[in-house]
Design a protein around this ligand. Sequence first.
Ligand code: RIB
Length: 252
Amino acid sequence: MIVVFGSLNVDVVMRVETLPRPGETVIGGHYFMVQGGKGANQALAAARAAPDADTGVAMVGRVGRDDWGRFATARLADAGVDLSGVVASAAPTGYATICVDAAGENAIAVASGANMDLTADQVDHARLRAGDWLVLQMEVPAAENWRVAARAKDRDAKVLLNVAPAAALAGRDLATVDILVVNEIEARMVAGSSDPAAAIARDLSRRHQLVCITTLGADGAVMASPEGRWRIGALPVEVVDTTGAGDAFVGV
Ligand code: RIB
């Protein structure tokens, strides 16, 4: 089983010509509402990538007792994601305002709401066994991430940590991690270094004995493990919207 412990949001997305700078108002055209949250996006991508996997995908998170909570989980349910670990909170469902510019780049502001009520205790012990994967990101309380990761390790499950949004981590936070997925900004923040991404991936991998995958946007991704280093290009696509691209990568 793949257990995604993380955020669920409602995203309100608007297209603008250029992203607003501090103090600036920009006028966009249409907007639309869509299910989001890095955790939920990853769970959806995982379920869609392997719909027949007998192991299945489970989402563990928090939504509000509001209409948006139902909206945030609807697509996951359609994709067959197990939602028994999603609990309703008194706080409102997480909400993100997303501006996407003409080049497909985005600027995102998140009101975490119910996501900050998520606790490690919500993960059923039976879901973390040898062969299972726990997938973590940084949109929920970090202390709960580390608690559930320690439990996964004790039970021989594997841990994938996506350090998004970027956060500085202590070395001990990486002790339970098998696969670390970061973009270039996140890699520099985690390593506290401005070295090239490939060098950081190698260093993090050696230092913490893990696999480090650094996504490089249009340049693909680089992966470093204690055994070696690999680089893979990205498919040539016309960029429409980069929102959730990293989440889809992690989920798949
Ligand atoms: O990575 C994209 C996601 O970040 C959006 O879905 C938004 O909800 C924020 O969590």
